[in-house]
Design a protein around this ligand. Sequence first.
Ligand SMILES: [Zn+2]
Length: 253
Amino acid sequence: MAGTIVRADEEKLGDSNRLRSPNFKSEETFHIRGRPIPPKANLDLMKQWMQFCGSEHHECRTPTLTVSKTQSIRLIDVQEHKIILTSSAKDYVALSYVWGPTTAPLLTRETLSQYSATNGLKDAIIPRTISDAMGLVRDLGTRYLWVDSLCIVQDDDDDKKQQLPMMGSIYNCAELLILAATGSDAHAGLYSTQNTKRREPQPIEEVDGIPFTTAQPPAQETLMWTTWNRRGWTFQEAILSRRVLIFTDGQVY
Ligand SMILES: [Zn+2]
């Protein structure tokens, strides 16, 4: 798709859906309507994608794995800025990202009680990718986020023994996965699309009143060269998730 000229009309959700069809053939790309990628991530469009998926995709609605009812998981409550421990089913979003060498463990036996109190996370030094994800969960109108470094007690072997085997189910049961493929550590943030230096130029030309632009590379191609894609554990996080918003240096997919 890179370098393909597309009509820069408003993207229709039906057309974007056709891109993912298993019957998709390369010659069809000529007929696809694209859209210019705005300098800032488009929250309304992400909400539209979520609504479209919720109403049109039966296969995305039901998890194939379950989190054991006898075991509890921790979630970040982004409204009350704290960590909760819950065994009841809650709609939550999960984050897949790369810690990087300089990211310190966040939830430890020492910080557990502080972070579990209301507003306990407000003064915590949280890496930008995680704090951006917390903000996005709020902006999408949801409340709970699962992030490994804040939902597993990192210096507690018993907690790890209980939580780590559940990670496949935790990703599969999440209503949405935020996949942070930007940068090479947890400090990169989700929104490097706002840094124009890291973006492919996207000229728009009008011919006979019809705007044309270049299509940005497809998600698979962009992901291939990211640090995120070089980590083994991210494979299960992406493959077991039912809905994924992919944040790359160029755009959100
Ligand atoms: Zn879907």
